[in-house]
Design a protein around this ligand. Structure first.
Ligand SMILES: *Cc1c(COP(=O)(O)O)cnc(C)c1O
Length: 379
């Protein structure tokens, strides 16, 4: 195969990154602290607004882990988690010796279903344990049902850990994703909307909680001249080099979101006459999605038997990367023994859903190749 690979989602540098990295070298701040770390945190605080505080961490997973700790999760607790997500939303629940309780999705946003969530909470309480935290996710950058989920969470006084790893630049009614939960998290992994090569952030309501997060992230060092520790610590701070990449990426964030949204428009147009294929789209104008990944649902009953996997394989032969949507956590070998509330929404989305190349750096030529393949499959 000699056609160049079209990736699902690859890093897209803006050009400004190098100058921040050079500054780190020039000042010898080659460490998990320094001007770029502080600068990136400031940039993110200004970008998100809502008087939030941001701590830069080594990954989104680390942010989920510390978020759960800050919300008081301990061994033996139960934590509700959206089932249809990447495993990093759920793994930290197990790191803490807590029990995940998975909840199904709804079809409008593909995210945690308010009705199933309430049923789960009621049943867990009836069984003797009130869940400690709700982990809600903005899948592929489409916000979850913010108001409905918050209403349920408030009714039972359970804090939300908002997994906004895929949703930097998305918003609901003009408020940025990442600022809705008691604690929010972001990811700057290599395939996300912007990247630091690897990195993440925790978003808090107060300076005190941010400082506690950074305390945990730097080995929980007590205030003493020698190394003294009264709590378990972690090595989760972001390096000043990576943060430099992040500062450069913040300069182009709006352009990157615009380009991802343009890819989504491209697919809406491409599939508008294809019966049985629908492009995953936010339910109405209250939802502003960054469309980190564009995804389609393929209904083989309406496509004369063409299913998600057969489409993926044709793209693969053309050296174009597509990927089934996240396999729900309650169907994963590592998680299937834990409770699940809901029906078959997440399972059906997984069965029929395919993510298509969505990078902000895709070219007209790439789009022409994708378009040709789609036309060949659904002629
Ligand atoms: C990417 C991602 C994470 C984890 O982020 P890392 O920076 O890769 O650790 C968490 N949750 C979701 C939903 C993600 O997509």
């Amino acid at each position: 195969m000699n056609k160049p690979k079209i990736w699902l989602s690859s890093p897209h540098m803006g050009g400004g990154e190098q100058k921040f990295i050079q500054e780190a070298f020039d000042t010898n701040w080659i460490a998990p602290l320094g001007a770029n770390v502080n600068g990136l945190e400031n940039d993110l605080e200004n970008y998100l607004g809502e008087d939030k505080f941001v701590g830069a961490l080594s990954s989104g997973t680390a942010a989920v882990h510390l978020g759960l700790i800050l919300l008081g999760v301990e061994a033996g607790d139960e934590v509700i988690c959206q089932s249809l997500t990447f495993s990093a939303s759920a793994n930290p629940i197990l790191y803490l010796g807590a029990t995940p309780v998975f909840v199904d999705s709804e079809y409008d946003t593909w995210n945690i279903c308010p009705q199933s969530l309430e049923k789960a909470i009621q049943d867990r309480i009836a069984k003797g344990k009130k869940p400690k935290v709700i982990v809600a996710v903005h899948l592929y950058g489409v916000p979850y049902k913010i108001e409905e989920i918050r209403a349920v969470a408030d009714r039972y006084e359970i804090p939300i850990l908002e997994d906004s790893a895929e949703a930097i630049g998305s918003s609901y009614k003009g408020q940025k994703c990442g600022t809705f939960g008691e604690i929010g998290i972001l990811s700057f992994n290599g395939n996300k909307v912007i990247t630091t090569s690897g990195g993440g952030a925790i978003i808090t309501k107060t300076k005190e909680v941010k400082e506690k997060a950074l305390f945990f992230a730097t080995q929980s060092r007590d205030n003493a001249v020698h190394y003294q520790h009264s709590e378990i610590g972690y090595n989760y701070r972001l390096s000043n080099i990576c943060a430099g990449i992040g500062r450069g990426q913040m300069e182009v964030l709006d352009a990157r979101v615009q380009a991802r949204r343009m890819m989504h428009d491209f697919y809406v147009d491409l599939f508008k006459e294809v019966a049985g294929v629908t492009v995953f789209t936010a339910p109405n104008n209250d939802y502003f999605a960054n469309y980190w990944l564009s995804a389609v649902l393929i209904d083989p009953q309406l496509t004369k038997g063409i299913d998600r996997e057969s489409v993926r394989l044709v793209f693969e032969v053309e050296n174009i990367e597509c990927r089934p949507i996240w396999k729900p956590m309650h169907l994963q070998p590592i998680f299937e023994k834990y409770p699940f509330y809901g029906t078959t929404v997440a399972a059906t989305l997984f069965e029929n859903g395919l993510c298509l190349p969505s990078g902000s750096n895709l070219t007209d030529e790439d789009r022409a190749r994708i378009s040709e393949v789609v036309k060949k499959i659904f002629k």
